[in-house]
Design a protein around this ligand. Sequence first.
Ligand code: MIC
Ligand code: SF4
Length: 652
Amino acid sequence: MSYEKHLTSQILSEHLVEGSLVPGEEIRIRIDQTLTQDATGTLAYLEFMSLGIERVKARLSVSYVDHNTVQTSFENADDHLFLQDAAARYGLYFSRPGNGISHQVHLERFGVPGETLLGSDSHTPTAGGMGMLAMGAGGLDVALAMAGEPFTMKVPDLTGIILKGAFPPWVGAKDVILSLLQRLTVKGGLGRILEYSGAGLAGLTVPERSTITNMGAELGAWTSIFPSDEVTRRFMKAQGRVEAWRPISNAEGVDYREALEIDLSRLEPMVACPHSPDAVVRVEDLDKIHVDQVAIGSCTNSSYRDLRLAADLLAGKKVHPDVSLVIAPGSRQVMAMLARDGSLARLIEAGARILEVACGPCIGMNQAPPSGGVSVRTFNRNFEGRSGTKDAKVYLSGPQVAAAAAITGRIAHPRILGMEPSVGEPKEFLIDDSMIIAPPKDPSPSRLRMGPNIKPLPELEPLPESLSLAAILKTGDNITTDDILPGGAKILPLRSNISAISRFVFAGKDPEFSVKAKTAAPFAVVGGENYGQGSSREHAALAPRFLGLRAVLARSFARLHRANLINFGVLPLIISFNDYGKIDQGDTLEIKYLREGLEKNSEISVMIPAKSLALKAGMDLTSRERRIILAGGLLNLVREGLTKPGMHARKQ
Ligand code: MIC
Ligand code: SF4
């Protein structure tokens, strides 16, 4: 495989600061753009401020407010003010609450093909739909990118996804990614970038491509990317930004060591069943399922075209009396266009409940389903309890299946609605950037309002020589960051206050977990495969660390969560299937000569004295990662100016 000729490698080469483009090697790349959203952003700006840098150095940085928009108390409103002030002081664009979901707005107003984007949200790869190399990261990594530091990553393997044919009626972009999830599972993309190519591309608009790259996050992929072509040019022209367009695609004759082909014409409407995005089946294969709620929106499916399609399907009909239909448009641009062309009126007349332009129900920030209820959502995640209702059953689908469910009250093939309306891409989008505040040209130290819930970052201790850890929790496979630190309207407003939010660590599994953890500290958690899948929220690493977490022993880790654990000085140890079986919740684990073992990056011995057992745990850490853990976290290391490879950790 010639790595240099691929789309991804062209972008990586243009941005390479250090290292060589060999899969598995560590490289450092220049980041052109960053984005944050409010739920991860407050911590990211606190981290940025602690670096003591006066102005953002990335070419373009945008701070969005889209998650915590329900203001039942002062916390979220205070966070919004802090973020607005921080943007003005440090030189970022600020997208005000009400302007839209970061990923949708970024596509519309800021994305540039061929550039790199690092965002403190796992769905940052949405911008891969327009040919950006867009990656999710923890807030601290994004803070460093804002400070002008190159981003460190391992060169991922590439998987080619070759698209051919065109969609039959009632099938759309969501069915492409759902069928990939069915084939590859939530672990299928680990360590890989998915590159899309083939004759089928021509029929996919940028928002459709972005639905696919958005949900590449659910495959566990580093990111996903489409070429930038004539379709991309048309999209950017319609957004009034054609001057920022450039073509970028694979060179002639590239091949992939691993490639999958998808014939779009053979796809059928699909749904992901509770409680995992890869529990995918054909709609036709489901028995009759009664639906209580339908939600259309989220960063996956709330482009103008998606919502216009839903409005056209609902036109002249009424929402089924047993169903509550909610609509959350992805951006103010989308909402305004729906209002102007009459789609909004059609949705309202059909009986839809119109929510504000934000993440809303996707993160449990509204519209939790009824107890035991069934919700059909055009979203990307259906993890247990994420909707806010523990026993709800959430199905993920495209807008066609969702509209059919809203009208009929059951999950059914949308062909029962008659003919699929044809909805094209607009030639011109409605452009009004008045809800985006540009940074002042000459920043002067301006005010920085920090409400009482915004607390300083906790100080973290360096790694000790030995650890005696209580294994207070043993989990199964595919534990999500929503399991580790849930979202929802009660907990999300505490994102700026680590001490307060730490009370909710693993609260869905055991409401007393944080109390037990504090008593048992230092402690370890034992996990199965793909530990920490899902969100980029670094709170899921920092809050347990604050309670006393020093090591997670798992069979494998999701990339983003692993990076966040390391950034906060927690050891991600890899154990075998056999050893996983030998550890019980409640065991005490002894690890000796830790610093020495880490400096050598060798396997370390984990003893369970009560069982007279000695297990081997792998580390597979890069030299930079080892230095971060030894220092007790990335901030400690950065403060000492020791982030560059080849530099030695301080002696403690
Ligand atoms: C999510 O979809 O889980 C979130 C909420 O957008 C997260 C970020 C967060 O937890 O703030 C993500 O995907 O990274
Ligand atoms: Fe927001 Fe949901 Fe997208 Fe996360 S997945 S950014 S919560 S809309």
